[in-house]
Design a protein around this ligand. Structure first.
Ligand SMILES: Cc1cc2nc3c(=O)[nH]c(=O)nc-3n(C[C@H](O)[C@H](O)[C@H](O)COP(=O)(O)OP(=O)(O)OC[C@H]3O[C@@H](n4cnc5c(N)ncnc54)[C@H](O)[C@@H]3O)c2cc1C
Length: 470
């Protein structure tokens, strides 16, 4: 099968499909029913009295939300120290603290909606193969401590070459241990790894989560919430105090329009009362196809999430495709119910990525690249010590599209050229917690709360540093 995601396999969908069949008026139109759109609807409905309409081109959770690794992790696609040098310590720390706060938001959602979608939370481990890379992590942690962000210790191989290069000021931020302890945490025998950092991580089927939340919203807010699927929007028209979406001959009129389309838009934006938005918007997000594969094993190990940084290029591997500039393959393991009452562990691995200039050419039904599967298999055999020896029977192989904004940060907030339009988009490969934080932030803005300037503000994605803003 071309794109066989375990997360969609598990969706037990019982709802029918409602399409937009006539013109509709609403307070807030949310476009895109992935985790960003559904969580944005959730917080808008919970924290405001607005009527909310969620509109989706295909089906709830069938975009990146149904094709990811499902790791819950606080991570940006930029080093924390880089964010600090670009934007200053306060703004970088604010961004990280806000994304960390999404762990609590996730708990809030689970409690409110009494969710049954399994979620595991545990300590995950990131492995490092070079002292240079470890020094970067120590630099990040030193800056985090300055901003009162809690950090976990980094463990370094007591016999590693180059320990003398580590600046003395970082001494309290790491402990020297036998290498076997590091390899054991990373579940590997590959002696290239000389350092490990632990952090809180989790695993969830984000498609199942989003589908369950959508069902909850439909029943809890029956008078204020509508959901239309198989209703692609082709144009966003912005006016003075509102706008409308064109949907196959129908119009969805709204006072606010929130794009949660992950950036892979197939629509135009017409700002009838101000500067043009379209061109910039369409060039804002570039794409990366991420390839993943998963196999089932006995349910005899606890859940885990591991990342391996600076991994060496695999001998004979397909270097042009896999583990390109900054290789970091990852593995997760979590309980998985294949069919009702048949439980296994599902082990998923990813890492191979392919850049595409034009995200609109990506198709979820495109063939899975065989070379990516070879790379994943080679990586598992070489690195993950619990992988089956020899042939691995991958039950699932899937791919999804990551959208990279120019700043590598998610874009959350009002479009400066017309505040009717708002964004919670741009997944950048790690987006579960940022989407949830973005959803809460959108509800605060719509409620009229004055929020401090943040690295997520749309202005930033236009290439202007927040430090330059008034
Ligand atoms: C391979 C891979 C691995 C990943 N691993 C992780 C991970 O481990 N942890 C993590 O935090 N993040 C991960 N991510 C990122 C994470 O999955 C995304 O950040 C998140 O799912 C984005 O959610 P979203 O709602 O913004 O986008 P999506 O889920 O893509 O939803 C956008 C929706 O908008 C709809 N849409 C688009 N255009 C229109 C239109 N014209 N009209 C109507 N609807 C439209 C789409 O159909 C889609 O359903 C990964 C992503 C990939 C691809």
């Amino acid at each position: 099968m071309n794109n066989n995601s375990p997360w969609l396999h598990q969706l037990q969908r019982t709802r029918g499909i409602d399409k937009l069949m006539s013109d509709v008026q609403t307070d807030v139109a949310v476009v895109g029913a992935g985790i960003a759109g559904v969580m944005t609807a959730y917080f808008l409905l919970k924290n405001t009295d607005k009527e909310v309409t969620l509109i989706e081109a295909y089906r709830v959770a069938h975009g990146a939300t149904g094709h990811n690794a499902g790791q819950i992790v606080v991570e940006f696609e930029k080093e924390f120290h880089t964010l600090v040098s670009e934007h200053g310590l306060d703004k970088a720390a604010h961004a990280e603290k806000m994304v960390r706060s999404a762990w609590v938001l996730l708990d809030e959602i689970y409690q409110d909606a009494n969710l049954e979608t399994p979620m595991s939370s545990f300590m995950g481990y990131n492995g490092y193969a070079t002292v240079d890379r470890i020094i970067e992590e120590l630099k990040n942690n030193a800056l985090r401590i300055e901003s009162d962000i809690p950090v976990f210790p980094i463990y370094i191989d007591e016999n590693a070459m180059g320990l003398d290069q580590i600046p003395h000021e970082y001494k309290s931020l790491y402990s020297l241990v036998p290498q076997e302890n590091i390899l054991s945490l990373l579940e590997t025998k590959d002696t290239q790894y000389i350092g490990v950092m632990s952090e809180r991580k989790g695993c969830v089927n984000s498609a199942m989560l989003v589908e369950e939340v959508a069902g909850y919203l439909l029943s809890k807010y029956a008078g204020r919430f509508s959901l239309f699927e198989e209703s692609p929007i082709s144009e966003v028209v912005l006016e003075e105090n509102g706008g409308y979406l064109k949907v196959e001959g129908q119009k969805l009129n709204a006072k606010k329009i929130i794009l949660c389309t992950n950036g892979f838009e197939k629509f135009s934006i017409n700002n009838t009362v101000g500067e043009e938005i379209d061109t910039k918007f369409h060039h804002m997000v570039i794409g990366n196809i991420g390839y993943m594969a998963g196999y089932l094993e006995e349910l005899d190990h606890p859940p885990m999430a591991l990342q391996y940084h600076d991994v060496k290029q695999i001998e004979g591997g397909h270097k042009e495709l896999a583990y390109q500039e900054n290789p970091y393959p990852y593995v997760t393991r979590r309980p998985f119910e294949l069919e009702p009452d048949i439980k296994h562990n599902l082990v998923c691995a990813g890492g191979p990525e392919q850049n595409i200039e034009d995200t609109t050419v990506y198709s979820h039904s495109a063939a899975f690249m065989d070379r990516a599967l070879d790379d994943i298999e080679d990586f598992l055999q070489e690195t993950y010590e619990n992988a089956p020896k020899g042939y691995i029977d991958f039950k699932y192989k899937w791919h999804g599209l990551m959208g990279y904004t120019p700043t590598n940060m998610r874009v959350i907030g009002e479009e400066p050229k017309n505040k009717v339009l708002m964004y919670n988009l741009g997944c950048n490969g790690v987006g579960i917690l940022t989407s949830i934080y973005g959803a809460k932030r959108i509800s605060q803005i719509v409620s009229g709360e004055k929020l401090p300037i943040s690295l997520f503000d749309p202005k930033d994605s236009y290439g202007i540093k927040t430090t330059d803003l008034d």
